[in-house]
Design a protein around this ligand. Structure first.
Ligand code: HEC
Length: 115
């Protein structure tokens, strides 16, 4: 049953995101969730802890407060725009994500940390 619920949680959240909009986000709330689901989840996982593949690439656990506290928004944006020392890291432009979505994506990443 738990599995079934986990499986359903994503589409439901996406649908609500599109129709209701999440108050913490600006205009394209649904789109951001969709971008995360389509583009980031592969490595960062549905829950932000990192997928199996992502862990091998060395993704940080977004739910870990120590990690969240160790990075400023500016540092995250810098990594997402220009890449990092980690050769497995893919910057936003290479993922086909618009730079305009940078800000809301950082917010989303922060939400995994409970903020
Ligand atoms: C191919 C796998 C992959 C995909 C897809 C991916 N990431 Fe990452 N991400 C990584 C890895 C690996 C790191 C760790 C980089 C490092 O430690 O230098 C990372 C780190 C990050 C960080 C932390 C940067 C920092 O400075 O601490 C953020 C924020 C992030 N990703 C956001 C995203 C978002 C948003 C998306 C979708 C648009 C995304 N990632 C898609 C692999 C991926």
């Amino acid at each position: 049953m738990k599995r079934f619920l986990n499986y359903c949680a994503i589409p439901v959240a996406t649908v609500f995101g599109i129709y209701l909009g999440f108050p913490t986000f600006t205009a394209n709330a649904g789109d951001i969730k969709k971008i995360y689901k389509d583009t980031c989840e592969l490595c960062h996982g549905t829950d932000g802890k990192g997928s199996e593949a992502g862990k091998q690439f060395g993704v940080p656990d977004f739910t870990n407060p120590d990690y969240q506290n160790s990075r400023t928004d500016e540092q995250m944006k810098e990594s997402m725009t220009n890449g990092t020392k980690n050769p497995n890291y893919v910057k936003l432009s290479d993922l086909g994500v618009d730079a305009a979505d940078l800000e809301p994506l950082v917010k989303l990443v922060r939400e995994f940390g409970g903020k």
